[in-house]
Design a protein around this ligand. Sequence first.
Ligand code: CMX
Ligand code: CO
Length: 150
Amino acid sequence: MLTRIDHIGIACSNLDATVEFYRATYGFEVFHTEVNEEQGVREAMLKINGTSDGGASYLQLLEPTREDSAVGKWLAKNGEGVHHIAFGTADVDGDAEAIRGKGVRVLYDEPRIGSMGSRITFLHPKDCHGVLTELVTSAEPPADHSSAEH
Ligand code: CMX
Ligand code: CO
């Protein structure tokens, strides 16, 4: 079950300048940065809010590390802007299979590694009314409130 907006992915040509824009304009601070060579991105995660399922919602600022990456190709064609949306789920494998069963192309046979050790997959934008859509299960399992002691 998809339970939150995990992040909005924003393609930028200069990560440091874009991070500074979000800090100076809105006061959002960098929560985490990393390079994901498989995806061809240098990225910064800005945490916007926690969510009731124990997860969080972020902005994901993405600078390509190579021109032939997904973000590099997209930037060359469109310029900077919103690149994808990502929904959070406790079960990316199950949700991806269920969505594949509805006739939507899931881009990976098995989820791959995303930000902060999460497991991610993508749905083809042409099957999602023009929106590249990512599914994410974070590395940290959501807090199990049902077993919490009071
Ligand atoms: N949003 C909406 N449409 C998109 C898109 C996007 N981000 N990227 C491509 N498209 C559209 C193009 O406009 C094009 O449409 P037209 O044929 O009408 O012009 C069509 O999809 C094909 O685009 P393309 O430029 O030829 O690109 P590819 O088919 O080579 O790749 C995609 C498209 C979605 C398969 C590729 O971007 C991909 O594999 N994405 C998933 C991985 C990814 O985005 N990684 C970076 C983020 C990492 C992270 O979030 O952690
Ligand atoms: Co993403």
